[in-house]
Design a protein around this ligand. Structure first.
Ligand code: KIV
Length: 270
């Protein structure tokens, strides 16, 4: 079982791979493929729960999915994403919510969408034994403030703020940093400036690792962001299989003899 320390060692040697997973079968596939980190993202809200944003996702939602993922994961590091307002409002609640992911659900670390308000909290969590993955750049829990999902760090001031916050979270003890939807040259600079691994999503090739939402990577999502790459066509496969099922039932082709069992000893029932 890799630890957050193994991840730090791997950075700079070999690219780190991270994918989201929300359920046991997907986690098993991701883990068997040798992915280093499985993130139970609050993207479960869009990917699996039918929400338009991650705002409605609750601690109970994430906890349930973390449990499923960690039961199916043998090798990868399991990281639980803390949902909107589950951290940063009240310190005690933040620590209890994050602690629950480790204590009850089998996660080995948490990810928090970071900002100036999470530096002290990161330090406190780390002191208590909760490893923290920070997340800067586009933080989707700010969708209502952004009015969408725009690229971040595109002017000098904004880029410097991201670099400053990256340093502050490293100093606070974060073991890694997700950089989302930022210019690739900014991601390269941040990666150079800090010792903890950066994991990019829409942040170019120079981070220490890459992360994608699994539904985007395998081609299950109905829509995916322009920076995501589809490595398979799972949606098309499912559509074809479901259409064939409907046709087979309607035509009487399914169930066939091999899918049924007639009990010879049964007497007629009236
Ligand atoms: O929730 C999520 O899936 C994430 C990743 C995209 C980094 O935060």
């Amino acid at each position: 079982m890799p630890t957050v320390r193994d991840l730090r060692t791997k950075a700079g040697e070999e690219p780190i791979t991270m994918l989201t997973a929300y359920d046991a079968p997907t986690a098993g596939i991701v883990d068997d493929a040798g992915v280093d980190v499985v993130l139970v993202g609050d993207s479960v809200g869009n990917a699996s729960l039918g929400y338009e944003t991650t705002i409605p996702v609750t601690v109970d939602d994430v906890a349930r999915h973390v449990g499923a993922v960690s039961r199916a994961t043998d090798d990868a590091l399991v990281v639980a994403d803390m949902p909107f307002l589950s951290f940063g409002v009240d310190e005690k609640d933040s620590l209890e919510n994050a602690g629950r992911m480790l204590k009850e659900e089998g996660a080995e670390a948490v990810k928090i969408e970071s900002g100036p308000h999470t530096v002290e909290l990161t330090e406190k969590m780390v002191q208590l034994g909760i490893p923290v993955m920070a997340h800067l750049g586009l933080t989707p829990q700010h969708v209502n403030q952004y009015g969408g999902y725009p690229r971040q760090g595109t002017d000098q001031d904004a880029a410097e703020r991201i670099l400053e916050l990256a340093r502050a979270h490293e100093e606070a003890g974060a073991f890694s940093l997700v950089l989302e939807h930022v210019p690739s040259n900014l991601a390269a600079e941040v990666t150079d400036a800090i010792d903890i691994p950066t994991i990019g999503i829409g942040a170019g090739p120079d981070c220490d690792g890459q992360v994608l939402v699994v539904d985007d990577a395998v081609g299950l999502s109905e829509w995916s962001p322009s920076f995501a790459k589809q490595f398979g066509s799972v949606r098309e496969e499912m559509e074809n299989a479901v259409e064939e099922y409907v046709t087979s039932v309607e035509s009487g082709e399914f169930p066939a003899e091999e899918h049924s069992h007639e009990e010879a000893d049964l007497e007629d029932i009236y």
